[in-house]
Design a protein around this ligand. Structure first.
Ligand SMILES: [Zn+2]
Length: 425
């Protein structure tokens, strides 16, 4: 039996009893599973969510085109700068800092000081669609290929929309990194199993698992398994102190306000989520410090109603500032925060009345940043595919305005990167 299949067995056996340590906001909430729809599927159980039918969205967008009010973003280069990323060549962290590299749209590679390497929402294809010949096409180049990433210990997926979950991408990652563990929201494991990927754990909101790695090679190689990985309950923590070569992490599936679908017939049948990943250093490593990342996935914060007089840039003025906001983020900040770094979406928000239930605009993103108690944040979910009507370079400008409005320094706290750029926190 290969090491990867052993890892899969250990991993699968531990998932049935996840270690729930961080607590959840309300026992009754978990008991009632308010986000579970009787008969199957999921929902956002908050007044901040008002669902549009698919027809309302489609007709709303057609109507804007017919009236000439739709904006068609100009993607003529230059737009967002792209650079070739660099990754740490070993699991050693030269300065003990968390390192995050934006690989376009919602994809970040995070290199933890503990040695853990986590890839969030990887999509390494030109189009984000079921087809290689149809659908949104990148207007900025892919900064690198999967083969350029030396270590991938875990892949964390927010939901199954095509701009976040790619069949060819996860297959290639699984092939190159046979011990990589995939973490997905409830209902998505079946899809991975059908892809032939068995190192997959699906979790409900507020569930946690512990991931344990025992790297057996100090340098990168994509030809051989780099580590044996297992997820288990909290029993791994005490073992970690006995083995300085061991890397441990806690992975938490958390709520957010979104939806899911891969076909016209499976809307909200599988769960969507945000995630927290916390990795403490081995006790023998004096330079590394515990680090935590909050990955907000794809999320809305409030539902802004349609209004003909409504200026999209001022939707936090009265009466819009009284709209209900998603309470999950404050719960996350209280129960799982604070975080070293938040990865928070800032794009795909226009027209606001259509997109606001499921996509944050930069002002929403700043509120999510504050609610979740992130010390720093980096923007994502922009700069890659045209999914909505805002101009492609607008999200970072609006982010700076929103930070000023909320009294947060407009640089060095919640920043945007070039594609392929790494930031150390
Ligand atoms: Zn989505």
């Amino acid at each position: 039996m290969s090491s990867s299949s052993i890892a899969a067995i250990i991993y699968a056996s531990s998932v049935s009893a996840p270690a729930i340590k961080g607590g959840h906001p309300d026992d009754e909430f978990t008991k009632s599973k308010a986000h579970h729809v009787p008969g199957g599927g999921f929902d956002n159980p908050w007044p901040s969510w008002k669902i549009h039918t698919v027809w309302t969205i489609v007709w709303g967008l057609i109507e804007r085109r017919l009236r000439g009010t739709a904006n068609k973003p100009d993607t003529t280069p230059p737009t967002v700068p792209v650079q070739k990323p660099t990754f740490l060549p070993t699991r050693e962290s030269p300065n003990g800092k968390l390192r995050a590299t934006w690989l376009g749209h919602a994809c970040y590679l995070v290199e933890f000081p503990s040695g853990l390497r986590v890839l969030f929402d990887p999509v390494f294809t030109d189009r984000c669609s079921p087809f290689s010949w149809l659908g949104p096409k990148r207007y900025t180049e892919m900064p690198c290929q999967i083969k350029d990433i030396p270590f991938i210990d875990a892949v964390v997926i927010s939901h199954n929309h095509y701009d976040h979950l790619s069949h060819p991408t996860v297959n290639e990652i699984a092939r190159r990194h046979p011990n990589c563990q995939f973490f997905v929201p409830l209902g998505n494991k079946k899809w991975f199993t059908e892809c032939g990927i068995h190192n997959c754990t699906e979790l409900d909101w507020w569930e946690d698992v512990d991931l344990t790695l025992r790297p057996n090679q100090p340098t990168a190689s994509t030809d051989k398994p780099l580590s044996s990985a297992s997820a288990a309950g909290s029993t791994t923590a005490s073992t970690a102190q006995q083995d300085p070569g061991m890397i441990t992490a806690r992975i938490s599936c958390l709520p957010c306000q979104h939806t899911s679908a891969r076909t016209p017939f499976d809307r909200s049948k599988t769960l969507w989520s945000s995630w927290a990943v916390t990795s403490a250093p081995a006790s023998s490593s004096p330079t590394a410090t515990p680090a935590s990342v909050y990955f907000a996935g794809d999320t809305g914060y409030r539902t802004v109603p349609r209004s003909s007089s409504h200026d999209e840039s001022a939707d936090w003025s009265p009466p819009y500032d009284k709209l209900p906001t998603c309470p999950a983020f404050k719960d996350i900040g209280t129960r799982r925060g604070p975080f070293t770094l938040g990865l928070i979406p800032i794009g795909a928000y226009s027209p606001r009345w259509i997109m606001s239930p499921m996509h944050a605009n930069p002002r929403d993103a700043v509120e999510i940043f504050l609610d979740t108690r992130c010390a720093h944040a980096l923007g994502m979910h922009w700069g890659t595919w045209v999914l909505t009507e805002e101009d492609v370079l607008e999200p970072p400008k609006r982010l700076r305005e929103a930070l000023k409005l909320r009294g947060v320094r407009d640089s060095g706290v919640f920043d945007v990167c070039d594609i392929g750029e790494s930031r150390e926190i």
